[in-house]
Design a protein. Structure first.
Length: 401
């Protein structure tokens, strides 16, 4: 197969394929993932501003992601039954309200509750946005563009937030989110599609035929984002352990994200021209090598340059491979409802990741955390390669018919 074929059944012009509708879906999906995309700065702000233990920081960093995971898990039940425009806009408005409610909150329990509720709301908006992207006629290109938007959002956030003086860093996280959310809600009211796509959805989702392949992609995405939650959330700590300043770290993370636009751009332009297995294998090898070199970061002569380069390479492969993950979820079954399970599997383990990662950070040393990340990468890509094989097995009877 030379081109990606995850598209809506109808290729005629539809409202969801209008450029402003597509870009609004991309922006809203990214904003609802804000706490993941700026997680290193949020984790750093929690530590600097609130002086909490690593375990409590991990729980606060996980609260949004747990909420998103729970919301997206319910997606197959309601995704094709609600108005995407009204529901999506409502989610964005509430998302803004609850982020604003976090201003000045320094108590652990109140902030934990507020972030969890915010995550529940974000999960609704994320589910609609991602399903909309996958419903467009060029899902391959738009999945890559989604990563481009997310990278830009994340790079700007990490650069700006790490430049804010420590006493104001935590509140600046909420300000940054609001700056994006309010205009996006206005765009969504005008340009979101009114109907929930055009895929067949009149019958209940039959889980039995898709159980093995669905389980494989859920396991692969879940394990991968467990690694991301654990490692990505502590990249700032990894850099600072090696001797980088806070400003140098923020700049390096932002530069790495900016460079990673190359990965998202390649994914958007190439599609599945090289199949699924080869991109998975290449990404696994490069990411394992990147984490290994981060574990040996202090052994490089120029630590700052080494972190810039290693982090950038890791981010490029991250941005390149995630669109393939999304597409493999969309291919599991024809109604497009299973794609919401991508949000559940990724955000659930992302939520666990920072908390689990805290137990692998011993006395400020992050090397055990990086070795855990390498092991998880092996398991993740093994699961996705199994899903590729299962997909080929399922296609053989169709080819023989």
């Amino acid at each position: 197969m030379s081109e990606l074929t995850v598209t809506s059944p109808s290729l005629v012009a539809r409202p969801i394929d209008r450029p402003l509708s597509i870009w609004t879906l991309l922006l809203a999906t990214s904003i609802n993932e804000a706490m993941l995309l700026i997680l290193p700065s949020f984790v750093g702000a929690l530590g600097d501003d609130l002086k909490l233990s690593p375990e409590r920081i991990g729980l606060l960093a996980s609260a949004d992601l747990i909420g998103i995971a729970l919301s997206t898990a319910t997606g197959p039940m309601w995704l094709r039954r609600v108005s995407w425009r009204r529901t999506g806009v409502g989610a964005l408005v509430l998302f803004a309200v609850f982020n604003a409610a976090c201003f000045g909150v320094t108590g652990f329990t109140p902030l934990l509750i507020l972030r969890f509720i915010t995550g529940l709301i974000a999960g609704v908006g994320y589910t609609i946005g991602l399903a909309g992207v996958m419903d467009t006629s060029r899902a391959d290109r738009n999945a890559g563009l989604l990563l481009v938007v997310q990278v830009i959002f994340s790079a700007l956030g990490l650069y700006a937030l790490d430049a804010v003086p420590v006493p104001w860093r935590l509140n600046s996280v909420y300000v940054f989110i609001l700056i994006w959310t309010i205009p996006c809600a206005l765009l969504a009211w005008r340009h979101y599609p009114d109907d929930p796509g055009e895929r067949v959805q009149s019958v209940a989702l039959d889980w039995k035929p898709i159980a093995l392949r669905g389980s494989a992609v859920i396991a692969g995405a879940g394990i991968y984002f467990l690694m991301i939650g654990g490692v990505w959330g502590y990249l700032e700590g990894i850099a600072r352990e090696a001797g980088l300043s806070l400003v140098q770290t923020g700049q390096a993370l932002s530069v790495g994200l900016a460079v990673s636009l190359v990965g998202a751009g390649v994914a958007a332009s190439v599609g599945l021209r090289f199949g699924r297995a080869l991109p998975l294998v290449v990404s696994a090898v490069v990411q394992i090598a990147s984490l290994y070199m981060l574990a040996r970061l202090r052994q490089f002569g120029d630590v700052v340059l080494a972190f810039y380069v290693i982090n950038a390479v890791f981010q490029v492969m991250w941005s390149y491979i995630i669109p393939y993950f999304m597409v493999m979820f969309a291919e599991v079954e024809p109604t497009g409802r299973f794609v919401s399970m991508y949000g559940m599997s990724t955000h659930l383990t992302l939520a666990i990741g920072p908390y689990v990662g805290a137990f692998f950070v011993a006395h400020g040393r992050h090397e055990p955390l990086l070795w855990m990340g390498m092991a998880l990468i092996v398991l993740c890509y093994g699961a996705f390669l199994w899903a590729v094989w299962l997909g080929r097995v399922q296609e053989r009877p169709k080819e023989l018919a």
